[in-house]
Design a protein around this ligand. Structure first.
Ligand SMILES: *Cc1c(COP(=O)(O)O)cnc(C)c1O
Length: 224
């Protein structure tokens, strides 16, 4: 079976009490697997690669909410701007400006999460606390320049580590930044989504305040 229905129902049950949103991460998996999970009721799907998401989107149901969760290059924003529901990995002002520009061309507003660098070794992507504060200030102080994006939250990837206390501390760190900046109530910046937690650490992420988990291999099996 391409999709693990039992695990899917278990995850849905685990997320329900805290009303956490499940993004099913379908990167490298065929459209048929996405359709199978869609048929069970899933609507939010996450992809990492521009080429893959743009190939899958037109052949799958129109009411799927497509999340772009990978590292996005500015020159590729235009390909996903017509349909993307939420971009999780905004890590520079330049990229956010490009999203704003391409959203304007599409006559729409695109929701974005700012990616915070929480895992020390694994990835070089993401903003540190000062860069995050600076970008939030940029967006809130010049709302007229950012009329086609909304910053709706933060995203982080914890270390891929057996050291659960380390992972927990990384979740706590981004959660503290999320809480800190929740005092911002701006028309195009209001932090309501905290995207953290994957197959290996989602239960801990929920304990630490996640509102959105991104789960791939548990649902679709291991990737090549
Ligand atoms: C691949 C990926 C996931 C899902 O990872 P799994 O361990 O398969 O659940 C989540 N978030 C991001 C950013 C990813 O690249």
């Amino acid at each position: 079976m391409a999709v693990n229905e039992v695990v899917y129902q278990e995850i849905i049950t685990a997320l329900a009490p805290a009303q956490v949103t499940l993004v099913a991460v379908s990167k490298t998996k065929p459209a048929a697997d996405i359709q199978a999970l869609y048929n069970l009721g899933q609507r939010d799907f996450g992809e990492n690669y521009v080429q893959e998401i743009t190939e899958k989107q037109p052949v799958l149901p129109a009411d799927i909410r497509w999340h772009f969760i990978g590292h996005l290059q500015s020159n590729k924003v235009k390909y996903i701007a017509p349909f993307v529901h939420l971009i999780h990995g905004i890590d520079t002002e330049k990229l956010l400006r490009e999203v704003n520009k391409q959203a304007q061309k599409q006559n729409r507003v695109i929701d974005c999460l700012l990616q915070v660098h929480i895992a020390q070794e694994e990835t070089k992507f993401g903003l540190d606390a000062d860069e995050l504060a600076a970008l939030l200030q940029q967006v809130t102080q010049r709302p007229d320049e950012w009329s086609h994006i909304r910053v709706t939250g933060l995203m982080g990837m914890a270390s891929f580590s057996e050291d659960t206390e380390k992972v927990r501390n990384e979740f706590r760190y981004i959660h503290s930044l999320f809480i800190k900046h929740q005092s911002i109530t701006n028309t195009n910046c209001q932090l309501t989504t905290l995207s953290m937690g994957m197959s290996g650490d989602y239960t801990m992420a929920i304990e630490e305040g996640s509102t959105m988990v991104r789960i791939g291999s548990l649902l679709f099996g291991k990737r090549p």
